[in-house]
Ligand binder design. Structure first.
Ligand code: NIG
Ligand code: FE
Length: 387
């Protein structure tokens, strides 16, 4: 089956063209064959196809690659959010209340919720999603969470070291023993990534190192939550261990920025977190100008960021992190792919997965210019059209 999407007013390919990293083309067409992109070029040169989709001059972008989410959990924390909007501070400990609700939920309840979030994301243009465990914090529940995540994505992250559970209070080293022992044994077969929350109130740098090194020894690849609530040595640890990404980076030192700029580690910005916790926004301009590769992700979770909308996160990154719209769209697509070390998503080019979004607008600029407005007309994932 060959599908031709033609009369595209503005096509974001992300195949760099001179000083345009978005590789923007006008009056373009894209040919999809099966689950891959077969051809990209000028609409006037378009080949024949079995089905023609007339984009009517509107914009097409690659499907969003959301490289950071926590989608398998029970309950919510609306009351905590309300209290925060009235001045309460966000703290890592809130995670524990979601742990109780998650342990109490059945597999089917968690699965239905998870699938609901994925539908929500697809409708907003997200075609690749990374999903973390981390609300089980015991062997049985963590295994359930990675197993459920693996039903819907190949980007599964074992985050047993999310926070120390109540039953291990004051015995955090013993909990780390459990994470890198029995819990890792149970979870590693379902996961690609190992993650740790390296932060005051969660895990220290030496504990984080133990977790990451044990995961690496098991064949998992490292990624790290760090510098969310204050600066620390988590970024340097992530770079030293060759992590694909450090996520948050709300409080980065100049040394952190220098280390990231000279590394293959992506800095994943999570604008929904600063928005929903009333923390200061990191300055993406400082990072990009220093040569750091940045991604944008939603960090969908019931505590710090309960949005699943990449267009919303793009709008906030442009408005409050000083990114251009082109940089933000790039970061939410091919930036996310880099954070997941994927070279088959995030670009519109022959051979890439046919993950595309047709917008209702003539330009990607509208994603930030019209915040909160549903601008997705159609989404193709692996060549299959949704909506
Ligand atoms: O990425 N930082 C740690 N984990 C999540 C928050 C989880 C929660 O508050 O439930 C995050 O922000
Ligand atoms: Fe997170």
């Amino acid at each position: 089956m060959r599908i031709l999407i033609t009369n595209i007013g503005e096509l974001t390919t992300n195949v760099a063209d001179g000083d345009d990293p978005c590789g923007t083309r006008h009056d373009a067409a894209v040919l999809v064959e099966g689950d891959r992109i077969a051809w990209v070029g000028a609409a006037v040169d378009a080949p024949d196809a079995d089905e023609i989709v007339d984009a009517q001059g509107r914009a097409v972008i690659p499907g969003f690659v959301d490289s950071h989410s926590h989608l398998v959990f029970g309950g919510d924390r609306a009351a905590e959010f309300e209290a925060r909007m009235q001045g309460q501070k966000y703290a890592a400990g809130g995670i524990r209340s979601t742990v109780a609700a998650t342990r109490a939920a059945t597999d089917d309840e968690l699965r239905m919720r998870l699938r609901g979030f994925l539908d929500e994301m697809l409708a907003q243009g997200t075609t690749t999603v990374e999903i973390k465990s981390g609300y089980g914090l015991d062997v049985t529940t963590e295994e359930r969470l990675v197993r459920l995540a693996a039903e819907v994505t190949e980007e599964v992250t074992f985050l047993g070291a999310h926070v120390v559970p109540a039953e291990y209070a004051d015995r955090s080293d013993e909990y780390v023993d459990l994470v890198i022992g029995e819990m890792l044994d149970a979870c590693a077969p379902h996961a690609k990534w190992i993650d740790v929350f390296c932060e005051t109130g969660a895990f220290t740098v030496p504990q984080s190192r133990r977790v990451l090194e044990a995961g690496i020894a098991r064949g998992l690849q490292p990624r790290v939550h760090a510098s969310q609530l204050g600066s620390g040595e988590g970024v340097q640890l992530a770079v030293e261990l060759g992590a694909a990404s450090i996520d948050h980076g709300t409080y980065l030192t100049d040394d952190d920025v220098t280390a990231l700029a000279g590394s293959a580690t992506v800095l994943t910005l999570l604008p929904g977190v600063e928005f929903s916790t009333r923390q200061p926004y990191p300055d993406a301009r400082r990072l990009i100008d220093a040569g750091v590769t940045v991604a944008i992700a939603c960090d969908t979770n019931p505590g710090s960021s309960f949005t699943s909308s990449m267009p919303f996160c793009i709008a906030v990154a442009v408005r409050d992190m000083r990114m251009t719209v082109a940089e933000a769209v790039h970061a939410a697509t091919v930036g996310g792919a880099a954070a997941l070390r994927r070279d088959d998503v995030g670009r519109i080019a022959p051979g890439m997965r046919a993950d595309l979004v047709l917008l209702k607008s003539p330009s990607r600029v509208h994603l930030a210019y019209r915040p909160g407005v549903p601008l997705v007309e159609a989404v193709w994932k692996d060549g299959v059209r949704f909506s």
